[in-house]
Design a protein around this ligand. Structure first.
Ligand SMILES: CC(C)(COP(=O)(O)OP(=O)(O)OC[C@H]1O[C@@H](n2cnc3c(N)ncnc32)[C@H](O)[C@@H]1OP(=O)(O)O)[C@@H](O)C(=O)NCCC(=O)NCCSC(=O)/C=C/CCCCCCCCCCCCC(=O)O
Length: 719
């Protein structure tokens, strides 16, 4: 809806009303059309101001309408009518002007913004382009290079940057609407021809072809298969080379291909999934809206290795007082230096003062006595963590929430070492912890709703996307990674190369294939885990066949590489070779290829031709299958949790929505059929055996992913 009133005698004030972000739903568009007509037809009205209610101008088109039969007036003619008006129209921008919201403002003759407002055209992040004239007006207003930057990245800008670029005409630190009304009165009656952006010529840019070629190359590289950024470049090119109306035709044409694409659906799903994970719930009935978090003012971090340092930085940057504990004096000094450096660099990037005084350092665990919450980040070793938890339980004040930053160890077991197991949760950060957005908050059967809520809220405060997950080996992300890695190893045994496997995954959209990723994170990490699990014993030990462990097919390839001291980038050799230890540019290693040949010969394996499709199916469907098991086990509340974990923590291409969304797009029948096919070919690999939930979903007619929660509930109640 839009409300109309008259202020200061001769200014028509239009207020967009659609909480919480005044999205341009059909009703709002109709409201704008009606109220603009009313203002223009009122002889008393000399100028018009458009604002949004509750201090929010407009969050853009209503994304919820996209998958529906859209009705109501179209945005393009609506904005065009505003631009063509014979009375000045001023946009009063408070809060946000995003997407269609900014396009609406660009159709106005003037823009007045509050100093705290944020503006942008983020459509590309939803798999779209600014198709309400944004790709045609913005370059005409601020030039091609700046418009390309904003439109292809979907970046939000501050009011100050908007003023500098020329997107807005005035910035105010006070009442925006009052300032806009005053502005409107000051321009009433003045000629408007020079204020209609669509009539501007696009500012000349030297060597346009070279500019677009360069941008297109960069965009293709960073897009990793996403089509919207490319369409955005093409649309801006139309603005630079065609008259406005033809440019608008091109914008429409490009939008039509994007609008119904699977990528747009995936990205819009991801947008809502990101918000859905905030509305967490646990099988015991704890919920986001009924669980009250404990206030956390002082947090402590135990163990200042790479993870602990990153966590301390993230906490301090979120404004908390941090007690950083490292028992080894030398490591403590090194950590202090490293944390200060990270804080200084971060502050410089964000243009703020470094929060150095927020962190105090100690080598004594007793220093955490006053902390409201403690995050243990010592070495991934259960015995060590157990000791730390016993100590924490003894020294912390009553009510302190105790968290473990483990990547997969049993949170419940650690809880059992303390006096208050209900106050123990996992906070699984991803490296580097001050940069990576994902946080898995792991609840055990005894974790109280309050402890979960406290960790979830703290994650939010640190700017993380926090997902509440149940306690199981590897939690969600690493549990699903296991079958994925396993398939990659098996594919090498059967004839693939690391290059082929990585190529398939990178072409799919991962920033790095599984072998490059393993080299980066260090092959010794997984080796240590396999050794602790009794898997990575030297070949032939305990009399078992080399490729069978604990009764299942096993590939010792990773262990054999580690035995050779090949730990990946850190040693300059792994699945690839690097120019030096710590080198980052992977190149193919002839040693590795002859090693694989020798390995196959030794085990009587005959290499066969493996294509990219098989790599994808084996690796991804095994991972997805585990995702179904996780859903079946009730480790997460819905598929959105898994998808967000994979998009934000494991490099799953966002334009493919996440593994569970992807499965739904491929078709559950197809995933089931291919898993059955691969399991038949490899009956000794349990991870390829289709999970019963997948079968049940297929029998229920393969519902789309947004209906799985409901179907899961029904299926569970039938059990
Ligand atoms: C920054 C935000 C706005 C606010 O952030 P925050 O304060 O943290 O709050 P959130 O939790 O994120 O959000 C609060 C709730 O609001 C919901 N929300 C937010 N934005 C929207 C929106 N735009 N629409 C609907 N709902 C929205 C959000 O989901 C929360 O609710 P809930 O918790 O989920 O219940 C932040 O929210 C944000 O960034 N929002 C997105 C901003 C954005 O991306 N805007 C751009 C939208 S796309 C757009 O504007 C496109 C315009 C181009 C014209 C489109 C023309 C369409 C038709 C063309 C058809 C042509 C093809 C024809 C094909 C054929 O021929 O067949």
């Amino acid at each position: 809806m839009a409300q109309y009133s008259r202020v200061s005698g001769s200014v028509g004030l239009i207020t967009l009303q659609n909480p919480p972000v005044n999205a341009l739903s059909a009703a709002v568009r109709q409201g704008i059309v009606d109220t603009v007509k009313r203002a223009l037809g009122d002889p008393e009205v000399k100028a018009v101001v458009i604002r949004g209610q509750n201090g929010v101008f407009c969050g853009g088109a209503d994304i919820k309408e996209f998958g529906t039969n859209m009705s109501g007036p179209h945005l393009v003619p609506m904005i065009h009518a505003i631009e063509a008006a014979n009375k000045p129209v001023v946009a009063a921008i408070e809060g946000i002007a995003l997407g269609g919201g900014l396009e609406l403002a660009l159709g106005c003759h003037y823009r007045v913004a509050h100093s705290k407002a944020r503006l942008g055209l983020p459509e590309v992040t939803l798999g779209l382009l600014p198709a309400a004239g944004g790709t045609q007006r913005l370059p005409r207003l601020i030039g091609v290079p700046a418009a390309l930057d904003l439109i292809t990245k979907g970046r939000h800008i501050t009011a100050a940057e908007a003023l500098q670029l020329g997107v807005v005409d005035q910035v105010t630190g006070h009442g925006t609407v009052d300032a806009a009304v005053k502005f409107a009165l000051s321009v009433a009656g003045k000629p408007l021809d020079a204020r209609r952006i669509s009539t501007y010529p696009c500012p000349r840019t030297s060597d346009l072809d070279a500019l677009f070629e360069g941008v297109m190359q960069k965009v293709r590289q960073s897009a990793r298969g996403a089509i919207a950024p490319i369409a955005c470049v093409q649309a801006v090119r139309a603005a630079a080379t065609l008259p406005y109306l033809q440019g608008m035709e091109r914008e429409k044409e490009l939008m039509a291909t994007l609008f119904t694409s699977g990528q747009a659906r995936a990205l819009q799903y991801s947008f809502f999934a990101q918000r859905a994970v905030g509305r967490w719930s646990t099988p015991s009935g704890a919920r986001w809206d009924t669980s009250k978090p404990r206030p956390v003012h002082i947090a402590a971090v135990i163990g200042l290795g790479t993870m602990g340092r990153g966590i301390a930085v993230a906490l301090a940057q979120a404004g908390l007082s941090v007690i950083a504990v490292e028992t080894q004096e030398k490591q403590l000094m090194e950590a202090k230096q490293a944390v200060s450096g990270m804080l200084e660099r971060g502050a410089k990037r964000r243009g703020v003062a470094p929060a150095l005084d927020k962190v105090s350092y100690s080598h004594d665990i007793k220093a955490v006595a006053d902390a409201d919450l403690v995050i243990e980040a010592v070495f991934e070793d259960m015995a060590l963590k157990r000791t730390v938890f016993r100590q924490l339980s003894a020294v912390c004040k009553p009510g302190t929430v105790l968290c473990t930053n483990t990547s997969g160890l049993d949170v419940e077991h650690l809880a059992s070492q303390t006096r208050n197991p209900q106050l123990v949760v996992g906070m699984h950060f991803f490296a580097p912890a001050h940069v990576m957005k994902l946080l898995e908050v792991v609840y055990g059967p005894q974790s109280s709703p309050q402890a979960v809520a406290t960790a979830m809220q703290l994650g939010k405060k640190m700017g993380k996307v926090s997902v509440a997950v149940g306690n199981c080996r590897g939690f969600v992300g690493n549990r699903m990674l296991k079958p994925y890695l396993e398939q990659a190893f098996f594919l090498l045994e059967e004839g693939a190369t690391p290059e082929l496997v990585d190529r398939a995954l990178e072409e799919f959209g991962f920033p790095m294939g599984v072998f490059k990723m393993s080299d980066l994170s260090g092959l010794d990490v997984g080796w240590r885990v396999r050794k602790a699990d009794g898997l990575a014993e030297p070949v032939g030990a305990s009399g078992q066949p080399a490729r069978i462990r604990q009764g299942q097919r096993y590939s010792p390839l990773g262990d054999l590489l580690c035995e050779q001291g090949r730990f990946g980038q850190k040693t300059g050799r792994g699945w690839y070779q690097y120019d030096k230890s710590g080198g980052q540019v992977a190149s193919s290693d002839p040693w590795l290829h002859s090693f694989l040949e020798g390995y196959r010969a030794m085990h009587g394996l005959v290499a066969r031709r493996i294509d990219l499709q098989e790599v994808l199916e084996r690796c991804l469907y095994a991972l997805i299958n585990e995702g179904f098991r996780i859903l079946e086990d009730g480790i997460v509340a819905g598929p959105e949790d898994i998808d967000i974990i994979y998009v934000f923590g494991y490099g799953w291409p966002r334009h493919r929505g996440g593994p569970m969304f992807y499965a739904s797009m491929v078709g559950l029948e197809r995933v089931l059929e291919r898993l059955e096919h691969h399991h038949k070919a490899h009956p000794d690999v349990p991870h390829l055996q289709p999970c019963s939930l997948l079968r049940r979903l297929v029998s229920s007619g393969s519902p789309p992913v947004h209906r799985w929660r409901e179907v899961l509930k029904k299926l569970n109640s039938q059990l």
